[in-house]
Design a protein around this ligand. Structure first.
Ligand code: LR7
Ligand code: MN
Length: 549
């Protein structure tokens, strides 16, 4: 071999050696990198996440403070995954949950959002991934419901794939026009491929161990749908608080959600899963198959509101059940008002409803028409404005959302699920709006007014069976001052109750016990007391609901 050839061979070997070394180093580096990527608990990961996180939220478009209705500035400063107080009962940590095999319990999480702050949305996703067993977490379906920040989803796609790459799978969708949360959640469920679906709001933080208690209850009975217990996150301080385990979800005849006190069976402990007429809001988990047998959320409902109450009624009446599981905790930012606009619903706006009210009322009317049977008059007596709202749906369309399952009538729900919704009431003999001719008695800033009964926010009265007091929901009672002057005053309690706040009924008249005069509307727009005259229309007052004892 000539000296030149040997030199060239040596040089080549050197180059190959150096390349091999470089390659080896890269693989080692890459391996360390991968490890830290998957282990979200290591500090290194947090640093890494931190860089990406800063980068991602740095591109948040400027918005006024009130835009999101929570403290976005503060959220931007907090870590992606912060440690949270353990709000569930200690015994939840050591329980043996009956877990289904991972091959039969893959979870698809559906998150739809409209105008969510970047840091809040990313925290929802990061807590979910870091606090959920990877064996069960199959995919995240993230739907941007036409948010103003059009870049967000693209950057989110980038950052999530960089941090978590192969696992879980991500599906991103952006609605080109605003479709609302109900449509978007149905769409998310449609593209899902896991065995279970979890619907989550986009401003949550899941707490440690949230999944297992839910899986346990679902695996025992697949016709169930389950809610975690929701821990409130304060919108201003973002502090994570403990939710109330003494409450179950329900609703009233105007189809508004309410928390109701739980009744405990002998020896039942507060941390055990319990049946509930409605979900703890809209965050719930259900088998995908069962969700589709029930035909998903009612597609006629628009934008926001009512779908979770409707789904609850449907579940109960068509062979399912609902449980709230206190060992599973998910934090949710409870905002006191909507952070988004509602698109215009129908053209007229005759009844001075704003678009949010109109949407909600229309959705409620659909539920009443589809499920309440002969009880729907109770809905209309409390929500007379709903009568004027056009649905543009045929009876066939309304009925088509009933499933192929055999469903009970609403009567069954009253008897077996929420008996407190009954038409009997021990405490009040009459409830709701109080009408005189075509006007309703309304209180605004302590002033007694007669206004159109079709106004959205209208005073709901209660006539107390035992005391004869006529009160509004705010512990104010209709009383009489000297000179027979009507006034709204703090309700007297116990032995202090006297004739000034006591009303007796004579047919439809309301007779004041102290003065023996009748409530009257002699001038059509001003209430007064005058001597009782039988059959005087101006003295006839009707409550929306008469209650049986
Ligand atoms: O047009 C919209 N498109 C959307 O994608 C309007 C809203 N959304 C998103 C929004 O970004 C959020 O993630 O939908 C989610 C719910 O809207 P929120 O959070 O503004 O309202 P909310 O917290 O009052 O929502 C409650 O009521 C809704 C009625 O449609 C759903 O059922 C929500 O799941 C429900 N949220 C909860 O139950 C959390 C606990 C509150 C309680 C009780
Ligand atoms: Mn919410």
């Amino acid at each position: 071999m000539s000296g030149g050839r040997r030199q060239r061979l040596l040089l080549n070997l050197c180059v190959i050696f150096i390349l091999a070394c470089l390659l080896l180093q890269l693989t080692v580096l890459r391996a360390t990198f991968d490890d830290t990527e998957l282990d979200l608990t290591s500090d290194l990961q947090h640093d890494y996440l931190d860089v990406e996180w800063r980068e991602f939220i740095a591109h948040t478009p400027e918005q006024p403070d009130t835009f999101f209705q929570y403290n976005r500035q503060l959220s931007d400063k907090l870590a992606a995954v912060r440690s949270l107080p353990m709000t569930r009962h200690d015994s939840c940590n050591t329980r043996n949950y009956q877990l289904p095999h991972v091959s039969a319990a893959q979870l698809s999480v559906v998150i739809s959002f409209h105008n969510e702050a970047r840091s809040i949305l990313l925290r929802t996703i990061c807590t979910l991934i870091s606090r959920t067993s990877h064996d069960y977490l199959h995919e995240l379906i993230i739907i941007d419901d036409c948010s103003d920040d059009a870049e967000l989803l693209v950057s989110l796609d980038g950052i999530l794939r960089r941090i978590f790459h192969a696992h879980p799978a991500f599906i991103f969708r952006r609605n080109r026009q605003r479709r609302g949360l109900i449509w978007s959640r149905n769409e998310g469920a449609r593209v899902a491929s896991g065995h279970y679906l979890l619907f989550l709001d986009s401003h949550c933080e899941v707490n440690a161990g949230w999944l297992e208690p839910l899986l346990d209850r679902l695996a025992l009975n697949s016709s169930r749908a389950v809610s975690p217990l929701l821990d409130p996150i304060d919108p201003e301080t973002l502090s994570y608080l403990a939710g109330n385990v003494l409450l179950k979800g329900g609703f009233d005849w105007s189809l508004h959600f309410h928390w109701l006190p739980r009744q405990f069976a002998d020896g039942e402990r507060a941390e055990e899963a319990y049946k509930s007429p409605a979900f703890a809001g809209g965050i719930m988990m259900i088998s995908r198959e069962w969700f589709f047998k029930l035909l998903g959320f009612n597609p006629h409902l628009q934008i926001w509101g009512g779908e979770s109450i409707e789904f609850a009624i449907k579940l109960w009446l068509c062979g399912g059940q609902i449980e709230i599981v206190p060992c599973s905790r998910i934090g949710h930012i409870f905002r006191s008002r909507h952070a988004f606009e509602f698109p215009a619903q129908f053209e007229e706006q005759q009844q001075q409803l704003d678009t949010a009210q109109a949407t909600y009322l229309r959705n409620s009317k659909i539920i009443a028409e589809s499920w309440l049977d002969e009880y729907k008059y109770l809905f209309y007596t409390l929500k007379p404005a709903a009568k004027q709202i056009p649905l543009n749906l045929s009876q066939h369309e309304l009925a088509s959302i009933k499933t192929g399952q055999r469903c009970q009538r609403f009567d069954w729900f009253l008897r077996h699920v929420q008996p407190d919704l009954k038409v009997h009431n021990a405490k009040f003999s009459a409830l709701g709006t109080l009408r005189n001719e075509d006007r309703c008695l309304h209180v605004e800033e302590s002033q007694l007014l007669l206004v159109s009964c079709y106004r959205m926010e209208i005073t709901q009265w209660r006539l107390h069976r035992n005391t004869g007091q006529l009160s509004t929901g705010h512990k104010r009672c209709l009383g009489v001052l000297n000179e027979s002057q009507l006034s709204m005053q703090p309700c007297l309690v116990g032995t202090l109750i006297n004739h000034t706040q006591r009303w007796q009924r004579r047919d439809t008249q309301l007779l004041h016990a102290g003065t023996h005069l009748c409530l009257d509307n002699p001038l059509k727009n001003q209430l007064a007391l005058s001597s009782c005259r039988a059959l005087a229309a101006s003295q006839s007052f009707q409550f929306a609901l008469e209650m049986e004892a």
